[in-house]
Design a protein around this ligand. Structure first.
Ligand SMILES: [Zn+2]
Ligand SMILES: [Zn+2]
Length: 443
């Protein structure tokens, strides 16, 4: 069976290295990274707690971007701000050699933090719809940023051991899948040295801290955000026969949509339709005129994506017709992100570098997920790209969640997601340094 460890054999690896033009990677060992971490840990820990306590929503990451730009500048990088909105680009030129780009994201989510941590966020902000919402780093982007700063300091400290150009970026609006495309459009690959490879890392809420997970090939799903407005004819709640009730039609739509995945998609082919938001009405005794539904639709192939979207349209229209709607529903497909495909040759090289520093048993294959990432856009510009996962959970907590009746682990985006702080920061810096140095040239 092809496990996805495509070119793990040394002979094939050498062939790939020759084909990509890089000879040997910078030679660093685990004790080298430990020395960097021992010196930097206290300051990175304090940076993490600051970032965690002051999260900002997508497209509103001004203060976060300012802090990250300041840190990267202090680390010795040449920093440009305002790239594609709040994007930060930091460059360190260090002689002839490959150009490696490393991406962190900057944004947080409208979630009320319930971790009970002393540095928990109590921040609220006004979202783009004008609502006051709580804000939390519930997707671990604060770990990513802390690792980014640790990576910058490590690259500078080990500057005599590698050659090439390192580009570190802080990307805005990942949660809205807008930031990567905006930075590319604003000249990420033309105003700055064009990278030979792009790397990124995302925390994982069910992987032990200190472990790195990877997947060659498709790793994150296609996602489409779909908005549906169902039209009825409102009136008094006591006289339903004089109205066309859009709430009843919508209830049937929600259930009908579930049969698309259950009955129309090959059970071996991953697909998800979730109705994440349904809004209508004002009080008990009024039948409203409209209902608004918001869906997230996930898949891995273009064919399945089309089947899901066609199925949604067909079911929405048919249920509205069955209910006697005075007007056909509106259906719009909004924010949409294609699947993230990790370049197999780049995965092989990076995984070899990670294993050398972290140890074979700390670098494991993980299955693809139905989550999505706008990191995918970096890999669609003809540049090999690879995003791997960082374990963030104490092994004891993972064990405890597996016994029957055990407390389930909070997922990403949960109000209770709390990465093991020290292990995640140290693990993030070690993994990012190992990966980037493994792809830069030797001295
Ligand atoms: Zn997220
Ligand atoms: Zn995220």
């Amino acid at each position: 069976m092809n496990t996805g460890r495509a070119a793990a054999g040394p002979a094939i690896l050498l062939l790939i290295l020759a084909a990509t033009g890089s000879s040997v990677a910078a030679d660093v060992t685990s004790p080298d990274l430990d020395r960097v971490l021992d010196r930097e840990y206290a300051s990175l820990d304090s940076l993490y707690r600051d970032l965690h306590a002051r999260p900002e929503l997508s497209l509103h990451e001004q203060e976060t971007a300012r802090r990250i730009a300041m840190e990267l500048k202090a680390a010795g990088f040449e920093v440009t701000t305002g790239v594609g909105g709040n994007g930060v680009v930091a460059v360190l030129r260090n002689g002839q050699g490959p150009t490696v780009l490393w991406r962190s994201d900057l944004d947080a989510l409208p979630v009320q933090e319930e971790t009970g941590l002393p540095y928990a966020s109590t921040i609220t902000a006004t979202d783009d719809a004008g609502r006051k919402v709580p804000v939390m780093h519930a997707c671990g982007h604060d770990i990513h940023m802390t690792a980014l700063v640790g990576l910058a300091r490590g690259l500078k400290a080990l500057q005599t051991r590698w050659s090439g150009t390192a580009i570190l970026i802080g990307q805005p609006a990942e949660e809205r899948v807008l930031g990567a495309a905006a930075m590319i459009k604003d000249g990420l690959f033309t105003r700055f040295p064009r990278p030979d490879v792009v790397l990124g890392m995302h925390v994982k809420a069910d992987l032990p801290v200190g472990v790195v997970g990877y997947r060659a090939g498709p790793a994150f799903a296609n996602v489409d955000s779909v908005d549906v407005r169902v039209y009825g004819r409102g009136g008094h709640g006591s006289t339903p026969h004089l109205t066309v009730d859009p709430i009843v039609m919508s209830a049937r739509i929600v259930l009908a949509l579930q049969t698309i995945v259950a009955r129309e998609i090959d059970p071996i082919d991953p697909a998800v339709i979730t109705v994440g938001s349904i809004h209508a009405g004002t009080q008990h005794n009024i039948i409203p005129d409209t209902v608004d539904l918001q869906l997230t639709v996930r898949s891995y192939t273009d064919a399945t994506r089309k089947k899901l979207l066609d199925g949604i349209r067909r079911n929405v229209m048919a249920e509205a017709e069955a209910g006697g709607a005075p007007k056909a529903p509106d259906m719009t497909i909004g924010e949409s992100t294609p699947a993230t495909v990790n370049d197999p040759a780049l995965v092989a090289r990076t995984v070899a570098a990670l294993k050398k520093v972290l140890g074979d048993d700390h670098v494991v294959e993980v299955p693809p997920v139905m989550g999505s990432e706008d990191f995918t856009y970096y890999g669609r510009e003809g540049i090999p790209a690879f995003m791997f996962n960082l374990g963030t959970i104490e092994p004891e907590r993972i064990e405890a969640s597996r016994v029957s009746g055990g407390r389930p682990l909070p997922s990403l985006h949960s109000s209770q997601y709390a990465p093991a702080r020290e292990g995640s920061i140290r693990g993030g810096v070690r993994a990012s340094l190992a990966a980037v140095l493994g792809l830069l040239g030797p001295r």
